[in-house]
Design a protein around this ligand. Sequence first.
Ligand code: AMP
Ligand code: MG
Length: 440
Amino acid sequence: MISVAEHRRRILETVRRLAPQQVPVTQAQGCVLAKDVEALVPLPGFDNSAMDGYIVGAADVAGLPAPDSADSAEASDAPEGAGQPVRLPVDGDIPAGDTRQLRLEPGHAYRIMTGAPIPAGGDVVIPVELTDGGTEYVTLHAADAPGRHIRRAGEDVHAGDIVLRAGTVLGARQLAIAAAVGAGELSVYPRPRVVCLSTGDELLPPGSVPGFGQVVDSNGLMLAAALREAGFDARAGGVVLDTEEAVTAALDAALADADAIVTTGGVSMGAYDAVKAALSSLGTVAFDKVAMQPGKPQGFGTLGEREVPVFTLPGNPVSALVSTEVFVLPALRTMAGLPVEPAPPPRARVLDGWPSPPGRAQFVRVIVEEAQAEPWMGAASGTAGPPGPSLRSAGGQGSHVLQALADADALAYVPADVTRVEPGDLLGYRRLGQQGWAAE
Ligand code: AMP
Ligand code: MG
């Protein structure tokens, strides 16, 4: 038997980051940037209005009160003539998207909309609320200092600025700035494309109602979904019969466009373990017993000229998912240019306890119980921070038990030398992918 760490090391020493590719900015979500993104244009690209209102020259409104004093000035006994409204002819509208290069004449105004370009000679935007809203002539009651409500070209980003650095993961906000500064394509490490093959003569496609001796292929769907939740481009490749020929043909077909292949089933000691049979004469896949529970039978190697990594996982659904979390995801992250693990795993205390097999690392499906917030006036004073979450077993820990897998929030890790987990023990845990949405 080899340790979990040894098997992981072998995998991570073999897989390589994928070659960078140019992809349209609209298709780069979740990818890691391979090259810096430089702004082609400043942001904002031109001086523009931050409000719906009127653009005027500073000299024409110099005598108006500031907006917050306008109400009180009316009511107070301010000197005669001071702060009298100003009436200006309106030369037209400037809506957003108006690409005319206009000039504002002294003593005139334009009605201007949010995001519309400021005409030459315009100094200050008077919000519509401070006017009578006129279209031929406008009466202005108050005015801010010059420059108010104008967003200046380049105040956010200058042309030539590096707005995103290589290594950045492209999420929603990063895609927004890349697009805004005019990037059409980005150089990224592509998301690995993964095909998940399910081997087993007993398997029926999802959507089937199984008869005696039959089982629905839940692995293909589950693993492809888990990999997609983690940001990879995965698909279930369907059911493959337990013959060497069928497995060889399915692997061949998957090799056409996959960056990695995951198989489930057919790697134990059974007489019909066709994955083992097929791969013994193909590629570099080595089969090992890994000191873990669940997930002991594992295989890993590469296949074909492109040296596509192949993960042969055990068929029991819990074993397949745990193996995916422990071995496949770290490898795919490496191929995508991401860190091997997203973050150091948090640790929490166990509420219950359970036995753990000697000499094997245990990955336990657990519920993460969030601490109940104490009513603030009843909270004891002290230096301890708020209580953290606790862990409890999600139920049956057999490698075929889907209910506890579905109910679990996380996998807790019990080191190989531990034979019993006691209440109060601290365990590291890793949240499982996206939780189901629950109605309130
Ligand atoms: P194997 O690793 O092929 O010996 O399969 C171990 C157990 O996992 C058997 O009970 C299989 O029926 C079950 N199993 C294998 N593949 C799948 C699958 N794709 N979906 C659900 N169960 C499976
Ligand atoms: Mg099988």
